[in-house]
Design a protein around this ligand. Structure first.
Ligand SMILES: Cc1cc2nc3c(=O)[nH]c(=O)nc-3n(C[C@H](O)[C@H](O)[C@H](O)COP(=O)(O)OP(=O)(O)OC[C@H]3O[C@@H](n4cnc5c(N)ncnc54)[C@H](O)[C@@H]3O)c2cc1C
Ligand code: FES
Length: 279
């Protein structure tokens, strides 16, 4: 990227309504100039600034894996100015993508290890990218056991229902899906993510833990992770702070000496324990 503030034009190719509340949509974006796709080399865990002319830009985690070539996926909750405009957009509209930005999940360090992936709510987006990457046929043999624990408020609020079913059907990974409260058709787990993680108790031997979710979930999951024996250096989190530039220039996203946009959003628990308690 020559000018780090200059977005690439992308066309909204598909819009998928993800949840019953209809406030979460996944946008499939295609680069208007195929040359831009060649230089947009992202790794799971990174984010991009999505821009809408006249409205502004928002940092959004990249929900697709680099193994899913041809488009980028972003799952976006309707919250305010930029995200409202995106939710009102139609397929075919051209918007901007600036990135990829931030530090990714340590996919090289994960090689040869078991990986436990724990997510809750709509923070599951970059975990989707990670799972798709690790389980891709070209990568799967590089990694050990893969265990996923994912929870949402209700069955209708679960993201990526087709992928969840596909992961559950695979015999080379274990996927536990839970909802706070099920409905008449629900046959999976019922309960909060920390309780289900405690129940399924994945081994911490030769394993890395990746955790993304709302602060309340993180707060109650960290003691379970500690009880299971995952060291702070082997526990990886992704943070969502208010951001502006996304490239470590404006100073809007710092926690102590770290810029979440540039030094994160992915940190180990060990790195975070040296920082002020703001996350
Ligand atoms: C690294 C990173 C990854 C993210 N990934 C995703 C994602 O995958 N999907 C997604 O939907 N959102 C994601 N977010 C949050 C997203 O950036 C904000 O929701 C978005 O910028 C809101 O923009 P807006 O113009 O629509 O809202 P605004 O009009 O700016 O604000 C509306 C309301 O949302 C609050 N708000 C705005 N930004 C944030 C923020 N970053 N954190 C908490 N509250 C905020 C404001 O205080 C206000 O109350 C991510 C944020 C970061 C930093
Ligand atoms: S958002 Fe500008 S320094 Fe991080």
């Amino acid at each position: 990227m020559n000018n780090p503030y200059m977005p690439y034009p992308v066309r909204i190719d598909e819009i998928i309504i993800e949840n019953e509340a209809r406030d979460l949509k996944t946008f499939r974006l295609v680069f208007v100039d195929p040359e831009h796709e060649k230089v947009f080399n992202h790794i799971p865990g990174q984010f991009a600034e999505i821009s809408v002319l006249g409205k502004g830009e928002s940092p959004i985690g990249i929900a697709s894996s680099p193994t899913e070539a041809g488009s980028l996926l972003f799952t976006i909750k309707r919250t305010g100015v930029v995200t409202d405009e995106l939710h009102n957009a139609r397929e075919g509209r051209v918007i901007g993508v600036r990135g990829p930005l931030g530090k990714a999940f340590p996919i090289e360090r994960m090689k040869g290890k078991n990986v436990v992936i724990v997510g809750g709510g709509f923070a599951f987006t970059t975990l989707r990218a990670l799972i798709q990457y690790l389980t891709h046929e070209e990568n799967r043999s590089d990694y050990g056991d893969i265990t996923v624990v994912y929870g949402a408020r209700s069955p209708g609020e679960l993201l990526y229902k087709a992928e969840l079913a596909a992961w559950q059907a695979r015999d080379d990974m274990t996927t536990h899906i839970t909802v706070d409260k099920g409905d008449d058709d629900w046959t999976g787990y019922e309960g909060f993510v920390p309780a289900i993680l405690d129940q399924v108790a994945p081994s911490s031997t030769d394993a890395l833990m990746v955790l993304c979710g709302p602060p309340i979930m993180i707060k109650f999951t960290l003691p379970v992770i500690e009880k299971l024996g995952f060291a702070p250096a082997d526990t990886i989190l992704s943070l969502e702070m208010r951001m502006k530039c996304g490239i470590g220039k404006c100073g809007r996203c710092n926690i102590g000496s770290k810029y979440v946009c540039k030094d994160g959003p992915v940190f180990t628990l060990e790195e975070l324990s040296d920082l002020p308690d703001e996350f």
